[in-house]
Design a protein around this ligand. Structure first.
Ligand code: COA
Length: 145
């Protein structure tokens, strides 16, 4: 597994946005979630992430100049009516550099013609609004499992 993006971010060159899943190692993708503290390597195992990446309708990610993944968006869509973002993660060292915005713009192209839904915490509302999203009133998220 490649180690990603922990050193000086600017020393690693420019970031490219890609949808080519062959360029994304599932173990590296899983490491993004673990680094952000979203779960352990048990939940975010390489095997599970491999299955997830194969089954998501849309996968958009960012690679730094060294070819290391520094951001990932996974989404489900019917390509007709609705698209739901499962999550979007940017490695801390690469946040506030416009990468999230670039990925969301790419998503708008990939999910063209559908309504796109983003479920997120209050701290990300400014980002969501900057991406052109509006709060949908009167709905609360319920979860099972
Ligand atoms: C939320 C997240 C996806 C934003 O991605 P990012 O690449 O850091 O955001 P960008 O650099 O593209 O930000 C674009 C604009 O959104 C707004 N924005 C982004 N992060 C913000 C913050 N923490 N506070 C206020 N505004 C913010 C700003 O207007 C920003 O433009 P500016 O930097 O010129 O002021 C990223 O910080 C992240 O992965 N956070 C941890 C995981 C997470 O919470 N994911 C949920 C995603 S909805």
């Amino acid at each position: 597994m490649k180690k990603h993006a922990t050193a000086n971010a600017s020393a690693r060159g420019s970031v490219t946005i890609s949808t080519d899943r062959r360029l994304l190692d599932p173990a590296d993708a899983a490491a993004l979630y673990i680094e952000l503290g979203w779960g352990t390597s048990k939940k975010y195992s390489a095997a599970r992430m491999k299955r997830s990446l194969a089954n998501c309708d849309i996968v958009i990610f960012a690679l730094n100049g060294a070819g290391e993944p520094v951001a990932l968006l996974r989404a489900l869509t019917d390509h007709a009516l609705e698209t739901k973002i499962l999550d979007l993660v940017i490695v801390p060292e690469y946040q506030r550099q416009g990468i999230g915005l670039r990925i969301m713009k790419k998503l708008a192209v990939e999910a063209k013609g559908t309504s796109i839904y983003l479920e997120t915490a209050k701290k990300n509302f400014a980002f969501a609004e900057r991406c052109g999203y509006e709060k949908r009133k009167g709905l609360t998220v319920f979860k099972h499992g």
